[in-house]
Design a protein around this ligand. Structure first.
Ligand code: MG
Length: 254
């Protein structure tokens, strides 16, 4: 009996220790594999097949109001995806021959896996257009019944972050443009920082400050082993990377 309790205690301790470990987010899906492409359904499926925390993807709205998964502004032969119609976007083929996924198609595939969908809403040219993109993003997530355990939002637009935090209570929203200290972000209702690694090299104290405030720290886009190690040692919650398997290996070694 005593042995059973000791083993149970050890198990609980190891689960707690694992929970605190840095986790990995595949940047634009796990696209760096054969016959794959960034922000493609295949890249999402590949990410869903490895033990990452989540998979990041970029969302833009076309000129006729269709939400599509693409980094932009350039999309193969189209100079600016936000100025193109959906019909024009549909003609594009990604590097692996796939079509550009709509947000709906992408989220439907996301629902089939058990990793988080890290939804980056891109900055749009005017406040009015961006408001529409925010509203459509929130509507689609709700329509497909994707919970706050399935979707997290990130954006370089502070206004979009504020609106998403308001429209989607309970969902994690992380601001991408790394100049705002954690406390100021929290005061705006934004509970996560997702900053370029250079911001945490300059302000390592922001990681602890954010954690003390109950906030989440994500870092982009870390592809070099040395910087991955530095960020793991700093105790960030997630590392967003184009090399998810390398990052997973480093975390396991720790
Ligand atoms: Mg992105």
């Amino acid at each position: 009996m005593k042995r059973f309790f000791t083993l149970t205690l050890l198990l609980i301790i190891s689960i707690c220790a694992t929970a605190q470990k840095t986790q990995v987010v595949a940047h634009r899906g796990y696209w760096d594999t054969p016959n794959n492409a960034q922000n493609s359904i295949t890249a999402l499926k590949t990410a869903q097949a490895i033990p990452v925390y989540g998979s990041e993807f970029d969302v833009n709205m076309t000129s006729d109001g269709v939400m599509v998964v693409s980094h932009g502004p350039k999309l193969e032969e189209i100079p600016d995806v936000q100025k193109a119609t959906y019909k024009e976007v549909q003609k594009v083929r990604l590097k692996n021959g796939e079509k550009v996924p709509t947000l709906k198609q992408y989220l439907k595939q996301g629902k089939k896996g058990n990793i988080r969908l890290i939804f980056e809403l891109k900055v749009h040219p005017t406040g009015e257009i961006e408001n529409e993109a925010v509203r459509k993003s929130a509507e689609m997530v709700k329509k497909l019944n994707l919970s706050s355990n399935e979707v997290e939002f990130i954006s370089f637009s502070l206004e979009a972050c504020k609106q998403l935090a308001e429209l989607m209570p309970g969902y994690m929203v992380q601001y991408l443009n790394g100049k705002i200290p954690p406390k100021e972000l929290k005061e705006m209702g934004i509970m996560g920082l997702d900053y370029h690694f250079s911001n945490f090299v300059q302000h390592p104290e922001w990681v602890k400050q954010a954690h003390d405030l109950g906030m989440i720290v994500n870092v982009w886009t870390v592809n070099k082993e040395e910087m991955m190690q530095q960020m793991i040692d700093l105790g960030v919650d997630y590392i967003t990377t184009d090399k998810p398997e390398l990052c997973l290996k480093l975390i396991q070694q720790k």
